[in-house]
Design a protein around this ligand. Structure first.
Ligand code: AHR
Length: 631
């Protein structure tokens, strides 16, 4: 027991010595007193094209600006290659392209070249192209030429050493636009990040290219799929859903720049690409079907956000007839996701290569419509709500701000907070009314650290998540945002992102690890747990999985002191004598992970002795802890 002596003097007349007995910090857990069920959907993912999340991120394409000329300057990532005495000019040609959607091309004019001194063009990838040994890369391009039969040599070459990691030649080019495929195989080459993709011809010719592409092996071997390292990190988070496709990316700055899903499906050559509000153009390689397959690969559900007639530059569509085409577009989109092959858009999905419908239970109407100063959301939401409910009565519809004309099933609330606020808001939902819609915390983060959050942020996140768990009768889903950042200079538009990467590797921030710990140790019911005599900045949530007799005690000690805690398990007479304690901590709250030091702050596991239903456990300063014990 801690004792503290306080001496108080009254006007110099009387000195009184009082002994104050400080109570020991304790946590009382009523193992057999569940307060509510844990929402099985509680933890999920939120995504959008921001910080080079897909292009230059999860989407494994290695070639940047593959739909030619969509960088900030024409041909920003394409440069000339002229070996020896060869000559070359490259330009963006607006007069010819492979399709109605892609009407321009990369024109490579080679007035002089030989086998020994070829000429052509190279691409620098997304801050480099990673090369690994014994790896098969799958490539393709669209091309036409004025010199029938001109061979195009494709190679992966190191910027500094000039070492060619892999090389092949594509033949058969003609004067007609056509798609060609190729394969590059590396041998015993070192792992490097600083490579270019080079395409050359060995004699004078002009070749027009578009959609030059190269993919490394992908997660689950999907053609044109996702990066393995990043998908593995997502899988480790045990998510239940993916909120897609945004975020502001859904809305666009202007109505014409919204996520127009019909322009993101089918062959790439039919995808025109589009500007994103995050100041770079999206290739739309990650189109609607790719989002859904991403869900499928992780065995999670999509939470589909449909465009609802508001874009960020205060452009909106009035409810009524003007909005009808957008409502129809949303109905078509839902049909593409869940319709059978005998529906128009279900058949389109089948044609695109996915016969089975996807599971869909939640549809969100818009994004952050509180920004719409016209006040049109109530009417817009009601119009979407009625049309979708009429056709799909079982779908749960999510509003992005409170509405009055109809009753939304779920309300999406967003919280971006400094750590102090995350701590202060850890009890935000404890006394929240239960009569209204369920809550989806569709975007939230503690914003400390850049580009990825530090331990202080993770502590704030963990404190906040204890509140989400305790209140998961009300908060049925939650997803951190943003999920990704390419950490290269110019890669980030929004600081404090969960997972960072470059062309070669990726890492989880301390906040990422906090999410892994919370979602991997989620019981099925919340049980009554009472902290007493602890300092501020100590938080808990306790859940159990009664079928498996597991108790998960989450304890966040965000103070600078070790916390000795007396833990009492009421009703835990059969508790096992040892338990697993997982801890994420560091000496300072500024500690963090980075691309060069990716594992500075990672969870550590240990077995701890449990003396009985009443036991003592010490928790490190600045620590997030989960005790998993069997009762
Ligand atoms: O997560 C970054 C942005 O924050 C999202 O695009 C938007 O919905 C929110 O304002």
């Amino acid at each position: 027991m801690n004792k503290r002596t306080v001496v108080t003097a009254f006007a110099g007349v009387l000195a009184l010595s009082v002994t104050v007995v400080a109570q020991a910090p304790s946590l009382t857990i009523e193992v057999n007193h569940p307060t509510t069920k844990v929402s099985p959907m509680l933890y999920g993912l939120m995504t959008e094209e921001i910080n080079y999340s897909y292009d230059g991120g999860l989407y494994a394409e290695l070639v940047r600006d593959r739909a030619i000329g969509h960088g900030f300057g024409a041909l920003f990532h394409w440069t000339m290659v002229a070996r020896g005495n060869s000559q070359v000019n490259i330009s963006a040609d607006e007069s010819t392209g492979p399709s109605a959607a892609l009407t321009r091309s990369l024109k490579v004019s080679v007035p002089a070249a030989t086998e020994a001194a070829p000429a052509g063009v190279e691409n620098d990838g997304y801050w480099g192209i990673a090369v690994r040994p014994r790896t098969v890369y799958s490539g393709s391009f669209w091309a036409k030429t004025d010199s029938d039969g001109i061979p195009v040599t494709v190679s992966l070459e190191n910027d500094q050493t000039g070492i060619v990691a892999a090389k092949t030649t594509v033949t058969g080019l003609t004067g007609e636009w056509k798609e060609y495929t190729y394969t590059l195989r590396t041998g015993e080459v070192p792992v490097t990040i600083n490579n270019h993709l080079i395409l050359t011809v060995p004699r004078p010719a002009t070749v027009w290219f578009n959609l030059i592409s190269l993919f490394p092996p992908t997660y689950h071997d999907r053609a044109h799929g996702n990066r393995i390292d990043i998908m593995e990190k997502l899988a480790a988070m045990h998510p239940q859903f993916l909120r897609l496709p945004g975020g502001n990316y859904l809305e666009g700055d202007h109505i014409t720049e919204r996520f127009d899903w019909k322009k993101t499906i089918g062959p790439w050559v039919d995808r025109p690409t589009h500007p994103s509000p995050w100041r770079y153009r999206s290739s739309d390689g990650m189109g609607l079907l790719e989002f859904l397959e991403w869900c499928e690969d992780l065995k999670i559900q999509p939470v589909l956000a449909v465009y609802a007639g508001y874009s960020l530059a205060q452009e909106h569509v009035d409810p009524g007839p003007a909005l009808e085409p957008y409502v129809q577009d949303a109905l078509d989109e839902i049909e593409y996701v869940i319709g059978s092959a005998d529906t128009k858009w279900g058949a389109e999905r089948v044609k695109d290569g996915h016969a089975a419908p996807f599971p869909l239970h939640y549809v969100e109407i818009g994004n952050e419509d509180w920004f719409d100063r016209s006040g049109s959301y109530d009417g817009r939401f009601a119009q979407f709500f009625k049309a979708i409910k009429q056709r799909y009565p079982d779908l749960q519809l999510i509003a992005t701000t409170p509405v009055k004309s109809v009753t939304a099933d779920v309300l999406d609330e967003h919280f971006y907070m400094p750590a102090a606020e995350s701590f202060a808001q850890a009890h935000h939902y404890d006394n929240h009314p239960r009569e209204g819609p369920k809550i989806f915390v569709g975007e939230w983060a503690t914003r400390e650290g850049d580009p990825t959050p530090n331990l202080e942020a993770a502590l704030g996140d963990a404190a906040w998540m204890t509140g989400l768990e305790r209140n998961s009768d009300l908060v049925i889903m939650a997803s951190y945002a943003p999920l990704f950042v390419n950490v290269n200079p110019g890669g980030m538009q929004w600081a404090t992102d969960l997972i960072g990467y470059d062309a070669l590797s990726s890492y989880g921030s301390p906040s990422y690890w906090a999410q892994v710990m919370f979602a991997s140790n989620l019981g099925t019911e919340v049980v009554q747990a009472t902290l007493a005599n602890t300092a501020t900045r100590v938080y808990t949530s306790v859940t159990r999985d009664d079928a498996h007799h597991k108790l998960f005690i989450k304890l966040v000690n965000a103070t600078s002191e070790t916390l000795p805690l007396a833990i009492g398990l009421q009703g835990g007479d059969k508790v096992a004598h040892s338990a697993k304690l997982t801890t994420l901590s560091a000496k300072t709250p500024n500690a963090t992970n980075s691309i060069t030091n990716p594992r500075a702050v990672v969870p550590a596991e240990q077995q701890i002795a449990i003396s009985g239903p009443n036991f003592n456990q010490r928790f490190a300063p600045y620590s997030i802890n989960v005790i998993e014990l069997t009762y």
